[in-house]
Design a protein around this ligand. Structure first.
Ligand SMILES: [Zn+2]
Length: 319
């Protein structure tokens, strides 16, 4: 598609997972605790002041060539639909920042929990002093540091597995470490999502069960995307044409399936510059925000030279 030079705008995209109350102990993997509510408010105040927060629909219009984005456009996204989005929402509204939440559709309205949160809880709370998972070297669990290392290592292995292999490994871990504490539903219900959507929240597709797409057969990949699409259109009453790759793991088989269903873009979880019209809209970069991001750190990481350096660094490392 020919794209007028003047409209080839940069789009910055942030991705959050969980916004939490610093005063109540959190549950699940702290890796996904993106910001305390205080830090999140400071970040939203910053972007509302220095950037132009846009809606997902504005991005869709820009990709379709209907209307260009404003200068310094920024889109705020949340992955996985955790209930604690309800902490973030009033803050987003206060600063007039639109948001887009990506939900794996098997989770709303159920007590299903994400395997990574269960894994973290098992490793963090077990009385075991070490663990030997099938196919992995023995890992010590004697102190907090060893436990953190074990969680990160197991997490890296498990996220690439197929569902059956993952369940088998999780079962083996449950046997060795003891079950994790039970939790209430951690994901927003469909009613919650419809209520939020009525107030302006955009809800996008993130598969059904949150698999690593590259681990799937072609048939499974179609089913994960098409069923998620059917679930979302049925439950939300409309299609928001954006998708986020689980774990940010891109699978080139996904874009044609998404396009055929009317999707106009998909997001990965790497930092980079999106120059709309030049980069594939099915490989849109996002910057992950985590607990280490103070406002100055976030601001610095959003500057073009920093983003370009990270891209060069990634190329050099062959990733
Ligand atoms: Zn996700």
């Amino acid at each position: 598609m020919a794209w007028p030079e003047a409209a080839a705008r940069d789009l910055r995209v942030l991705v959050y997972h969980r916004v939490y109350d610093a005063h109540t102990p959190g549950r699940g993997d702290p890796h996904l605790w993106s910001a305390t509510s205080e830090a999140f408010a400071a970040q939203m105040a910053f972007i509302a002041r220095h950037f132009a927060p846009v809606t997902a629909w504005q991005v869709a219009d820009a990709l379709a060539g209907v209307a260009p984005l404003p200068p310094r456009a920024i889109l705020v996204t949340f992955d996985d639909g955790y209930r604690d989005f309800l902490t973030a929402w009033p803050i987003l509204k206060r600063f007039g920042v639109p948001a887009l939440v990506f939900v794996p559709t098997a989770f709303p309205g159920t007590a299903r929990r994400f395997w990574w949160d269960e894994l973290y809880e098992m490793v963090a709370t077990t009385a075991a002093r070490g663990v030997q998972a099938p196919g992995l070297p023995a890992m010590g669990l004697r102190d907090a540091q060893e436990r953190w290392r074990a969680v990160r290592r197991l997490n890296r292995v498990i996220k690439g597995l197929r569902a059956q292999e993952r369940e088998a490994l999780m079962d083996a871990l449950r046997d060795r470490l003891g079950e994790a504490r039970a939790v209430q539903a951690e994901v927003l219900s469909w009613d919650d999502l419809r209520g939020l959507a009525a107030e302006g929240l955009a809800v996008g597709a993130h598969t059904v069960t949150h698999p690593a797409l590259p681990s799937l057969t072609a048939e499974e990949l179609h089913a994960e995307i098409e069923t998620a699409h059917a679930d979302l259109t049925r439950e939300m009453g409309h299609l928001l044409p954006f998708f986020a790759y689980p774990y940010g793991l891109v699978d080139e088989r996904a874009a044609p399936v998404l396009r055929a269903l009317g999707y106009v873009g998909a997001f990965i979880s790497l930092l980079g510059r999106n120059r709309l019209g030049r980069r594939s809209p099915f490989l849109l970069y996002r910057q992950s925000v985590d607990r280490r991001h103070s406002v100055p750190a976030l601001a610095a990481s959003m500057t073009a030279p920093y983003v370009d350096l990270r891209e060069v660094w990634r190329l050099l490392r062959g990733r």
